[in-house]
Design a protein around this ligand. Structure first.
Ligand code: ADP
Length: 204
C-alpha cells in the first residue's frame, strides 16, 4: 500500500526535504512551499459577540497560515444583539496585535465569497460532540458546492470548551460575571447592552 503521497519520494531523506523546502532548489518542493506562503485562510462566523474561545481559534490559526480573514456574517437564521459594524469593530480590537489577520464582513453564500477572494481554506472551531454534526454537514455541503474548499477544524482549548456566544449573552443579561469568558472591550459592550435593555423594560 502506498504510504506517502505521490510527490513524496522515499529516496529523499527528511533532511533533504527540509533543505529543499527552505532553499527552494527543487521546483516541486519550492512550488509547494510557495503555495503554502500564499494560502489565505478564512474564519467565518457571526461572532455575536466574539469570545475568548473565538480569539483562541483565530490566534492559533494565524500561526498556521500566512494570511487570515475573519469573515463576519449577518446570519439570517440568528437574532443578533450587536450590529454587524459593532461585531466587526470588536473583532478588530481584539485582534489588533495579530498582523496577518484582517476582519471583514461578507454576505451571501460563503463558497462564493471564498471564490471571490481566491481562498480555499476554511477554519472552524470544534468544542464538543454537539458541534460536530452541524460542522460536518456544513463542511460536506461547502465541499459539494466547491470541491476545492477544505475545512480545517481546530479543537477548542479546554479552558474555552464551555464558552458559547449564546451562553455569554444569557449570563450577562441575568447579571452574571463574564469577565473570564470575553475580552475586556466585549465585556464593556455587553454591560452597555444590558443597561440599555433594563432601561427599555422600565420605560414600558
Ligand atoms: P456560527 O458560525 O454558527 O454563527 P459562531 O460565530 O459562534 O457560530 O462561531 C464561529 C466558529 O467558532 C464556529 O466554528 C464555532 O464552532 C467556533 N467556536 C465558537 N465558540 C468556540 C469556542 N469556545 N472554542 C472554539 N471554537 C468556538
Amino acid at each position: 500500500m502506498e504510504k506517502w503521497p505521490s510527490w513524496f519520494k522515499a529516496s529523499v531523506s527528511k533532511t533533504d526535504i527540509w533543505e529543499n523546502c527552505i532553499e527552494g532548489s527543487n521546483p516541486s518542493f519550492s512550488g509547494r512551499v510557495n503555495m503554502i506562503k500564499e494560502i489565505l485562510a478564512v474564519y467565518p462566523g457571526s461572532f455575536d459577540p466574539p469570545t475568548n474561545g473565538h480569539l483562541d481559534i483565530v490566534s492559533r490559526a494565524s500561526c498556521l497560515f500566512p494570511k487570515m480573514i475573519v469573515a463576519i456574517t449577518e446570519n439570517m437564521s440568528k437574532k443578533h444583539i450587536f450590529s454587524l459594524d459593532k461585531r466587526i469593530d470588536l473583532f478588530r480590537k481584539i485582534t489588533k496585535n495579530l498582523d496577518n489577520v484582517k476582519v471583514m464582513s461578507f454576505s451571501g453564500l460563503l463558497v462564493n465569497y471564498l471564490e471571490k477572494i481566491n481562498s480555499f481554506v476554511l477554519i472552524r472551531g470544534l468544542r464538543a460532540l454537539s458541534d460536530f454534526e452541524y460542522e460536518f454537514q456544513m463542511a460536506l455541503m461547502n465541499r459539494k458546492l466547491n470541491k476545492k474548499i477544505e475545512t480545517i477544524f481546530l479543537m477548542t482549548d479546554q479552558d474555552y470548551m464551555f464558552i458559547s456566544s449564546n451562553m455569554i449573552k444569557e449570563i450577562a443579561i441575568l447579571g452574571g460575571n463574564i469577565a473570564d469568558f470575553v475580552p475586556d472591550c466585549v465585556e464593556k459592550e455587553l454591560k452597555k447592552y444590558v443597561v440599555g435593555l433594563s432601561q427599555e423594560t422600565y420605560a414600558k
